[in-house]
Ligand binder design. Structure first.
Ligand code: ATP
Ligand code: MG
Length: 392
């Protein structure tokens, strides 16, 4: 399980850093709970400092119902109104207090096709329930209309000592074999981002082999997923998104049987690519959305779950890559060995390969011994034998 999920703060007090901001958020919530209407909160600051977590901590601490609004829904005014109104209404039905979270509002607000910020701003003016919005940069022009309806709370980077202490306590609970020096290093590298520190701590113990095994598990989780969250979870942790996408790409037709499902899944995947292409020019924060498209988009493309055992395949592209990398490595070592014996440079030596391969047919052992080739080098040379000379 991911450390960021397992150790997500359950209450405001459990969080580290930004004491003043946390205290203000807590008071704001208590005011709402006591029946005093307050302006929506715009919690802003760099990634991984707890902007989203603080809302979840409130939910937990006060047993409130949290209604999360996807930033992409902001595009549609009716949808925004519907969500805010139904949240208010449902609140009276269930008896539970509601808290609305509009996460990462800066990301979608400025898009041409949005029309969102105006709608959100006017809703914020009228809303009868507490709303928390989060953003990286509160001063971004795109959200100025929204900002003026909100009370601002800044959350800053977390200092490395606090991060180090958190890592230490988690490492202890997890019985991790990790020294204080390494913990300090991870805390330092995190540059104030708790999420990345926790991910690094988790990755610290995982060897490469585990990672490869993991990816099959991830494929199964993704393709069998029936919820957004399940599908999304495969992108967390120690995985390279681009590699993950290659795996998804390769395995869509292995899992899905209906042509329509396959087509839909590929459409989401290519949307993710387009999106990712845009991000590189603007903001990396958007990567989250490219990941959503590639994981949840693909997973939820199925019209029905496929209750079968699927043999997930290694991506052909990666196989080719590693094959040609191996070939290049072999060419180099073989060239060096031949060159060493024949006093020629490596390139010239390689020109002698077909010849050596032919000699090898007659006296394989002799060649092996003379040039000191190992098994994979012998195989490689045998493969370079000119086809015409092969007699069998
Ligand atoms: N202040 C904190 N105290 C304890 N844990 C934290 C804190 N901030 C972040 N974390 C850990 O990092 C994870 C990610 O944090 P969170 O999603 O709240 O970051 P964020 O500020 O919303 O980042 P982003 O801008 O990328 O959305 C949490 O699940 C939690 O495990
Ligand atoms: Mg967040």
């Amino acid at each position: 399980m991911l450390l960021t999920v397992k150790y997500a703060p359950k209450s405001i007090d459990e969080m580290i850093g930004n004491d003043e901001g946390r205290e203000r958020i807590n008071k704001w919530m208590l005011n709402w709970l006591a029946g005093n209407k307050r302006k929506p909160l715009l919690v802003y600051g760099p990634p991984g400092v707890g902007k989203t977590s603080v809302t979840y901590a409130l939910k937990n601490q006060y047993d409130i119902e949290l209604v999360e609004m996807n930033a992409s829904e902001l595009r549609n005014r009716n949808r925004v109104e519907h969500i805010v109104k139904s949240a208010t209404l449902a609140g009276t039905l269930s008896g539970k207090d509601k808290l609305i979270l509009i996460d990462d509002v800066d990301i979608f607000a400025g898009r041409k096709d949005s029309g969102g910020p105006g709608a959100v701003a006017s809703i914020l003016k009228e809303t009868a329930c507490p709303v928390i919005l989060t953003a990286t940069d509160a001063w971004d022009k795109k959200i100025s209309a929204i900002r003026s309806e909100c009370e601002l709370v800044e959350m800053k980077k977390i200092n490395k000592i606090a991060i180090g202490k958190l890592l230490e306590s988690i490492a202890k609970k997890e019985n991790m074999d990790i020294g204080a020096g390494r913990i300090a290093e991870i805390a330092e590298n995190a540059a104030g981002d708790v999420r990345s520190a926790l991910n690094d701590l988790q990755a610290n113990g995982t060897g490469l082999r585990d990672r490869e095994k993991d990816i099959f598990v991830k494929m199964k989780t993704l393709f069998k997923a029936v919820t957004y969250g399940e599908a999304r979870s495969v992108a967390y942790g120690d995985v390279d998104f681009n590699i993950l996408k290659l795996w998804i790409d390769e395995n869509i037709p292995n899992e899905y049987e209906s042509a329509a499902d396959i087509a839909t899944a590929y459409r989401w995947l290519s949307k993710s690519d387009v999106f990712e292409g845009r991000i590189r020019k603007s903001s990396w924060v958007l990567l989250k959305y490219a990941i959503d498209l590639a994981t949840a988009g693909v997973a939820l493309s199925k019209s029905r779950p496929y209750a079968k055992f699927t043999k997930y395949a290694f991506p052909e592209y990666l196989r080719e890559m590693s094959r040609s990398m191996q070939t290049r490595a072999l060419m180099k070592s073989v060239g060096l060995k031949i060159g060493g014996k024949t006093h020629t440079n490596r390139r010239h030596a390689l020109e002698m390969l077909p010849l050596i391969a032919m000699q090898m047919q007659k006296n394989g052992e002799g060649i092996e011994r003379y040039y000191e080739f190992d098994e994979s080098e012998m195989e490689f040379i045998a493969g370079s034998r000119p086809k015409r000379s092969v007699k069998s």
